[in-house]
Design a protein around this ligand. Structure first.
Ligand code: 13P
Ligand code: ZN
Length: 277
């Protein structure tokens, strides 16, 4: 019997993963194997942790030292696995891994030896930061949302010197909900090789301050209390990018909400200046 069959809360998490993978596929953000999902399932597995055994010969280096997630368990999408297949069966297209006590290696625990996503360094570096900061956030998501990636091909949207940066100001000004539900905005990580440690480190640096991080000419990386929450963050920002592009296609620069209108939203919604724990 698989560990999943005996654990109702893990089943619920995997059901959410499947649902989000389906949304990603429907939105056209998950071509082929595009995108990946990681969820910290340590609490969920705690009652049966003593019965869990690593699959022999699956010990693998993460490429980073991540002491805060030592001994923790994660559901991870498999590398080269498709979101549309995850939507049907997350465990057949992913695995549960356990980080070893050295914080440098992991073992695959269940169900079969499916190799984790190539973006594991980014996912685990951010999961390590979330645990270190005492956060309730358990899910990390990388995906390829079309409209946000399209904006990242224009230099003016890549400037990250000001706070808010230009891309965040433009997205916030499209509809009030963008500012209300993504009050920390979209950080920008300059292009890095997919799956690289450099990409993980650059993402880690930005995720402290932003709801979602843009990977230039590639995709986004988001964190959430659960995987639905992480998906919503990307969906809210990408909706604004789509409105911007649709409005821009009429031939001139869209007006956007005024500074006063945005301040009013900030005031009415009492928006946080940093991520709540
Ligand atoms: P994986 O199939 O390894 O998860 O990679 C997909 C991806 O989007 C890489 O950036
Ligand atoms: Zn990608």
């Amino acid at each position: 019997m698989s560990i999943i069959d005996s654990n109702a809360s893990l089943k619920a998490i995997l059901s959410d993963v499947a649902q989000v993978a389906g949304y990603i596929w429907s939105k056209g953000w998950g071509e082929r194997n595009g995108g990946n999902i990681t969820v910290n399932v340590t609490e969920t597995l705690a009652p049966i942790a003593s019965q869990l055994r690593p699959i022999p010969n699956t010990t693998t280096s993460i490429g980073l030292v991540l002491p805060y997630i030592a001994g923790k368990y994660f559901y991870v999408k498999g590398t080269q696995k498709r979101m549309r297949d995850l939507a049907k069966d997350p465990m057949a297209n992913g695995a549960i891994i356990r980080i070893l006590e050295d914080g440098k290696n992991y073992d695959i625990i269940a169900d079969t030896a499916i190799l984790p996503t190539s973006e594991l360094p980014s996912h685990l570096a951010i999961q390590n930061y979330l645990v270190q900061s005492g956060s309730r956030y358990k899910a990390t998501l990388h995906t390829h949302p079309i409209e946000i990636v399209a904006l990242s091909h224009h230099r003016q949207f890549l400037d990250d010197q000001t706070r808010p940066n230009h891309i965040t100001s433009v997205l916030w000004s499209m509809i009030p909900e963008t500012l209300a539900f993504a009050p920390l905005g979209l950080g920008v990580v300059p292009y890095q090789v997919p799956g690289s440690i450099a990409l993980a480190n650059a993402t880690l640096e930005k995720i402290h301050d932003y709801d979602v991080v843009l990977w230039e000419k590639h995709g986004v990386f988001a964190v959430g209390q659960d995987i639905m929450d992480a998906f919503d963050q990307v969906d809210v920002l990408n909706k604004a990018a789509r409105i911007y592009l649709d409005a821009r296609s009429l031939g001139s620069e869209p007006e956007g909400m005024s500074g006063a209108q945005m301040k009013e939203v900030q005031h009415v919604f009492s928006l946080p200046a940093s991520r709540p724990c």
